[in-house]
Design a protein around this ligand. Structure first.
Ligand code: GLC
Length: 440
């Protein structure tokens, strides 16, 4: 090789190295980074930032980590506790990742985050790390819900459905059927309260946070109302049907069927009232079945589970909001190979079976959910198959603002500080401005 040729090669190599350094620098800090770290063999230690899921008494996250490490001896997973409130968790993740933090590698994230996280580059798109076949083990709807601009932003960990939990013993004693309409639930609750069998009739998640958007979306859909047009571009919340739903909800409080403190209840507070034996009916997610029928519950063995009621004149059952959690990769993670191995295992048959049989959650892998031993492990699974699902309008990047416009105004009407009509008008304004600002 001539001197000249080798010099050219040398300067080419230097330029390449310089470019690589520049790329690494620009991807290390700023929030626009989605450049994957170089992937090597799947080994080392990774940190999983996760909120607790499944029954309160048993931490299924730890069971899953132990089983994963046994199956993958080269990888250690450290658990970092995340806030249980979806909104608080989202702010924590957003602040850390946009500040360039790599203090966690894989994180749990709500099913409503993919559009926002995709737009803000808060998650590493997974397409180049997971073969096309991988996605076939989930329902197409589930895969759609985590796809943003043709990129898969997360992998589905578990699905949440809402149910009606009821006191079997009290209904039996009073010769009352499981209510199938909200009106029937209210009158049965009043009868049970009057007889002194129970202090309150109904509890749910009506605090001003994401959980209320779920509960509200169900009542609204039962009354025939929608928050946003089906193409996701316009607010449709200010309707006569929505007014009917909101007036009914407020009536549950003013009649004393729901405690007035319900306007500050998240999942935990509503479930505690139920497991203490103070309320006849509870709207909550799947894991509440395992929790209320556990030894720490004073109503252990007395709890039934059914689809939610609807309004009189509508076809049963009522709607359940689509909930659940995904696994996302921090774009600043330094160990993407191990992250991918962990996510593949967590969304594979072994982990999903643990999650279903010990974690009280609905598996995302269709073949696991269909497995007869899973179906018989929890009555929630066959009932979930009958659920009518209503998604939140989370396919817009401004969903967090849309939802805040919903829950803050609905909560004001429930607390009695706004009338249903003025609350819906204010929610309509807030949703419209969120949708307009997002460029839709
Ligand atoms: C549950 C659901 C989640 C929802 C949250 C609201 O965790 O799985 O999707 O956003 O409740 O509190």
């Amino acid at each position: 090789m001539s001197i000249r040729a080798s010099r050219t090669l040398l300067s080419l190599a230097a330029a390449t190295a310089l470019l690589a350094t520049a790329a690494a620098c620009s991807s290390s800090g700023g929030k626009s980074s989605t450049a994957p770290s170089a992937t090597g063999p799947a080994k080392g230690t990774i940190t999983w930032y996760a909120n607790q899921f499944g029954p309160t008494g048993t931490d299924v996250r730890k069971t899953l980590i132990t089983a994963f490490e046994k199956a993958n001896p080269g990888i250690t997973v450290k658990l970092q506790q995340a806030p249980s409130d979806s909104d608080a968790f989202r702010s924590a993740v957003t602040t850390q990742i946009s500040g360039g933090s790599s203090s966690f590698d894989v994180y749990n994230g709500d099913v409503i985050w993919p559009a926002q996280f995709g737009q803000a580059k808060l998650a590493l798109p997974l397409d180049s790390y997971f073969p096309a076949d991988y996605w076939k083990s989930f329902s197409p709807g589930l895969v759609d819900s985590l796809t943003y601009k043709n990129q898969k932003m997360a992998a589905p960990l578990f699905t949440d459905n809402a149910f009606l939990f009821y006191r079997k013993d009290l209904l039996q004693k009073a010769h009352l059927p499981v209510p199938t309409t909200w009106e029937q639930l209210k009158s049965e609750a009043q009868q049970l309260q009057k007889s002194g069998a129970v202090k309150y009739g109904f509890a749910g998640q009506w605090a001003s946070y994401e959980g209320l958007t779920c509960d509200w979306t169900e009542f609204a859909a039962d009354a025939g109302a929608q928050n946003v047009s089906s193409d996701g571009t316009k607010s449709t919340i200010n309707s006569a049907q929505a007014n009917k739903a909101l007036t009914f909800m407020r009536g549950l409080i003013s009649s004393g069927v729901a405690p007035s403190a319900i306007t500050s209840f998240q999942e935990q507070q509503s479930e505690t009232l139920f497991t203490q034996g103070q309320v006849a009916f509870l709207r909550n997610w799947t894991y509440a079945y395992a929790d209320s029928n556990s030894s720490s519950s004073s109503v252990n063995g007395k709890v039934g589970i059914a689809t939610l009621p609807t309004f009189q004149g509508q076809s049963a059952p009522g709607y359940s909001a689509t909930g659940g959690w995904n696994l996302y990769i921090n774009p600043h993670s330094k160990n993407v190979s191990a992250d991918v191995a962990f996510i593949k295992w967590m969304t594979g048959a072994d982990a999903q079976k643990i999650l279903a049989t010990q974690g009280g959650e609905i598996p995302t892998v269709a073949s696991v959910l269909a497995d007869p031993s899973v179906q018989s492990a929890n009555p929630a699974y066959p009932i979930a198959a009958k659920n009518k699902l209503q998604a939140r309008p989370s396919n817009v990047a401004a969903y967090a603002q849309v939802s805040q416009g919903i829950y803050s105004n609905i909560n004001a009407a429930l607390s009695g500080s706004a009338t249903p009509s003025s609350a819906l008008a204010a929610a309509d304004k807030a949703i419209s401005s969120a949708l307009n600002n997002s460029g839709l």
